[in-house]
Design a protein. Sequence first.
Length: 265
Amino acid sequence: MLLSLLGASHAQADDSSGVWQSLSKEEKAVSLNLGLAGFITIWGVTHWDYFQIAPTATSEGWFENTSGEGGADKMGHAFTSYAMSHALMATYEGWGFGFEDAARYGSLSALGIQTFMEFGDSFSRFGFAYEDFIANAVGSAAGYLSWRFPQIRDKVDFRLEYAPAFDNADVFTDYEAHKYVVALKLAGFDAFRDGPLKYLELHTGYYTRGYENTIRADNERVLYFGIGINFSAIAKARGYKKIGTFLNYYQVPYTYLPLEHDFND
């Protein structure tokens, strides 16, 4: 009986795989987008109180001290759209879309998915935020440009630094543990490509702290400039291509020297 059940399960998996493989690249793209929209709906209902109130729209501000997260949430929207667009572009290329079509459809899909999330937010305590929509558009556009023109991607990364305190189950909105970094990689320039300086990079970053508190006496809005180590280049030079690619989007904490300015001082 057990063997027959295992055999049936294996056959069902093979059938499912066969059905997926029989889909055209366009049908796969539509299925993926619908699946992501479904995931957002489930996550929004369980974590963000979707569909609890009538739809509303609001202006949340940008990087002011009076805004909800001091602008960290806007950086989060831009980064998520940027990273999502690249992930979708790579997926679409793997399914047979041409390079230009993959870049175009990936950025549009990322913007569409993020806009769907804002639509869900309109039915929650968050509301549809105009600034979030603009940040999503900026991130998707940046993702398109850096993918469509590899010379940009070779020189510039947009990364998230995340060092969780494990006091927030929602990693997507754990802004107290997020930092957002734009890294200029010397390895992308001919003058540094073959020398030891290719493993260095220049950072511009932004983060906020203290905005989870009702009383914001000690909150921070920090812009910093720094010099860091290009761990992505090191990993790729040692043959760890997938790790190197991941490090194009994730900033390893404590691996750079920053010069910081707190706008709230």
